[in-house]
Design a protein around this ligand. Structure first.
Ligand code: ATP
Length: 355
């Protein structure tokens, strides 16, 4: 990437814990000033990667380059990175102002300098005038803001957060996601957030790194990953997908349960006759309310209807294979549990991956 000199570059990074390969040959360039989410299932190596970047862990091999210089041998406290952990790690015996000023005090700033910076930070995180209060007098969301203010106090060169919102209830969490994103945008600071919540990543990130088994599966803007997943794992992990076994016929046709289905172009890695999977998003399936036979369709029976108010989910079965279709209430077909229906697969919404 052209801006690698002013960003963060991970070069063939590996981290082993005994026989566990937590990070497996990661090569990645994160440009400056962006909001990046590390996203993946439990145990995929997100926290380990963040800790390597933070300098809390030394890699088994590989290099980490920041603004053109290797930082592998720079101790954590000399990297000038701001960090927020899941536990927040605030000091309960100190006031809010003392918590925020903690790293400024270590750096020998005067009382006046500290007060001015603390006031500025409290304004920034929408908590003006609470500096003298105790941490224990704050709500979960307010503590979160204090932890963010504390991490930003030193004007960090990189802002690292590990599941920062996971302890908050759903509503507050969503509000804080927006707040954190707005704060990052206004400061323009390169920010890396670990999350296992794809909705959170989609809300906040300029770029998402999808990880599995210590490897990067895909890296890119959230919508690009949603629309063009690199493999079946990503398709299923980012937004739900129906993942169905199929066999490749040619460049843009597969056999699905004995029927020919046209798809978007197959990847080069697949050749005719090969077993593969077809991925199609629930919102892309169309349900036709009778068993009319047409091209790109499959018959199925309705097994369950979940009406969530703003969205309707219809579960279907074709033999033992389950499918889910989603739609808005106004687009809901007039079907009931037990009905035989026709499910239409729009070719452009059908992506084929190696099985
Ligand atoms: P979660 O979402 O559950 O926090 P994660 O994606 O952050 O998971 P990591 O915590 O980075 O995953 O762990 C990656 C792998 O490395 C896991 O298999 C984990 O058990 C292992 N691991 C992490 N830290 C250590 C350690 N200190 N000693 C041994 N194994 C470890």
């Amino acid at each position: 990437m052209s801006d690698s000199a002013s960003g963060l570059e991970l070069q063939n990074l590996n981290m082993n814990f005994g026989s566990v390969r937590a990070i497996d040959g990661i090569d990645l360039t994160l440009p400056e000033g962006k909001f990046v989410c590390l996203l993946g299932p439990s145990g995929c190596g997100k926290t380990t990667l963040l800790r390597l970047i933070a300098g809390l862990q030394y890699p088994s091999s590989g290099n980490i380059v920041f603004n053109g210089k290797s930082i592998v041998d720079v101790p954590s406290h000399k990297r000038d990175f701001g960090m927020v952990f899941q536990s927040l790690a605030l000091f309960p015996h100190l006031s809010i102002a003392q918590n925020i000023a903690y790293s400024l005090r270590i750096r020998g700033q005067s009382a006046a300098e500290m007060k001015s910076r603390v006031d500025e930070l409290l304004d920034m995180v929408h908590l003006p005038g609470v500096g003298d209060r105790r941490i224990t007098q704050l709500s979960g969301g307010q503590r979160q803001r204090v932890a963010i203010a504390r991490a930003l106090a030193i004007h960090p060169r990189l802002f690292l957060l590990d599941e920062p919102l996971s302890a908050l209830d759903a509503k507050l969490r969503e509000a804080m996601q927006v707040e954190l994103r707005q704060l990052q945008k206004s400061l323009g600071i390169t920010t890396i957030v670990v999350t296992h919540d794809q909705r959170e990543a989609m809300t906040m990130a300029d770029h998402v790194v999808i990880m599995k088994d210590g490897k990067v599966q895909q890296y890119g803007p959230p919508l690009e990953i949603y629309r063009r997943p690199a493999n079946a794992f990503v398709a299923d992990f980012i937004g739900a997908s129906n993942i169905l076994p199929c066999r490749v016929i040619d460049d843009s046709t597969v056999e699905l349960f004995g029927r020919k289905v046209a798809t978007s172009e197959r990847p080069d890695a697949l050749s005719p006759g090969q077993d593969a999977v077809l991925s199609v998003r629930p919102e892309d399936l169309h349900i036709l309310p009778d068993t009319q036979r047409d091209t790109n369709t499959l018959s199925a029976s309705v097994t369950f209807i979940r009406d969530l108010g703003a969205q309707v989910e219809i579960m279907l079965a074709h033999d033992a294979m389950e499918l889910t279709a989603t739609m808005t209430p106004k687009d809901k077909p007039n079907v009931a549990v037990g009905d035989e229906v026709t499910v239409e697969f729009p070719p452009e919404a059908c992506t084929v991956f190696p099985a």
